[in-house]
Design a protein around this ligand. Structure first.
Ligand code: ADP
Length: 363
């Protein structure tokens, strides 16, 4: 059978295990030899025990676990030709010519480069006498498929990334817990949530928790936001509201690019209104805990589709990333999505906020 390997790379997210499980089981179902690559690209470069053949039972009992049981890493060596040459040798020696990469836009860019570079890498390995000409011929082409694991929902071309829904569950649990104590003491709570270039988590958390204010990178407030927010908070208190919730995305800025932090917002409120105000930075709690049913299912659907895409791939097929379109797992061009995702980041940098939001759309 064909050799398929699966790895997780970059930041971890809940639901990656469901995706790995589906790749393994679907791969075995279609008669492939399936391998785990542990510790992301680092494991592919290092080889040895990092690349292990999987069987049906090696993915039992992982779907409910957060993070990624096969490990993830950032890997400097894979950015260089030398590292990628070692990685290619490790794959060829195990008969692997199909790769499923679960990661962010950086990891998918790396996968695409690896695929493009593959014939040249094999040529190099033949020259060095590390693989035979026979092996070069047999394994002449590498197929890749991507899936996006990210709690931020920051990737263009998919309705949801794997992990976002679970992170939202964590955030909402925290806001609900805080709201009850805030109510008791008539406090104002400011929560900082993750999302460097993407305010999705902050926005959806704010909508689902009746927050009074939300700060996101895509919609920087005007300079006088301090006055506005204080006016609104005061109004609400005078109408009998006992608590206030304000959500700040990690990457929030004002229109002059000055970061808006939870501490900064607190200072404004305390200075102007003297409210009892507390800050909670949620941090890695958002990545933790068990994946939601949605993320488990998303991982399953995408993983199965990834294997089917690999089975149908030819050297001429453009590499794809599996995305969610409504409730269907579909294939979309990998590099198109990566480039669009990077264009969104640039648009935000250049203060073209409306462009950024428009480009985030599915297609
Ligand atoms: P993410 O995948 O979450 O965006 P990174 O950007 O840190 O995270 O990428 C994860 C890993 O992918 C890097 O540590 C590196 O090994 C690999 N990678 C990222 N960009 C490239 C690139 N341009 N060329 C080769 N490898 C890359």
């Amino acid at each position: 059978g064909k050799g398929i390997a699966v790895l997780t790379s970059g930041g971890d997210s809940q639901g990656m295990n469901g995706a790995v499980r589906a790749v393994v089981r679907m791969g075995l179902y279609v008669g492939a030899n399936v391998f785990f690559i542990k510790e992301g690209y680092q494991g592919m470069v290092d080889g040895g025990d990092n690349i292990v053949e999987a069987n049906w039972s090696s993915v039992s009992g992982i779907i409910h676990k957060g993070g990624t049981v096969i490990g993830s890493a950032r890997c400097k060596a894979f950015r260089d030709r030398e590292g990628r040459t070692k990685a290619a040798k490790n794959l060829v020696k195990r008969g692997i010519t199909n790769l499923v990469v679960i990661g962010g836009d950086g990891s998918l860019t790396g996968a695409n480069l690896f695929r493009q570079d593959w014939p040249a890498l094999l040529q190099l390995l033949v020259k060095k006498g590390e693989i035979t000409e026979e092996e070069q011929k047999t394994y002449s082409h590498l197929n890749i498929v991507g899936m996006v694991g990210s709690i931020d929902n920051d990737f263009c071309g998919t309705d949801m990334t794997i992990g976002t829904d679970s992170a939202l569950h964590r955030i909402i649990e925290a806001v609900d817990a805080i709201a009850s104590t805030a109510y008791s003491h008539q406090r104002c709570f400011i929560l900082e949530v993750m999302g460097r270039h993407c305010g999705y988590l902050a926005l959806v958390a704010a909508l689902s928790s009746e927050a009074d204010f939300v700060f996101i990178p895509e919609n920087p407030p005007p300079e006088n936001w301090g006055e506005k927010i204080c006016k609104k908070l005061q109004q609400e208190r005078s109408m009998g509201q006992r608590l206030n919730i304000i959500i700040v995305a990690e990457g929030a800025i004002d229109q002059q690019d000055v970061p808006i932090t939870a501490e900064g917002v607190k200072k404004v409120i305390v200075d102007k209104l003297g409210f009892d105000t507390r800050v909670t930075v949620l941090g890695h709690v958002q990545r933790g805990g068990s994946p939601s049913a949605f993320d488990r299912l998303l991982g399953c659907r995408m993983g199965a589709e990834a294997v089917l895409a690999l089975m149908e791939a030819t050297p001429e097929t453009e590499p794809c990333v599996i995305s969610l379109d409504g409730n269907q797992a579909v294939r979309v061009p990998l590099m198109g999505c990566v480039l669009k995702t990077q264009a969104v980041a640039r648009a935000l940098q250049d203060h073209r906020w409306d462009d950024a939001v428009q480009m985030r759309g599915r297609s």
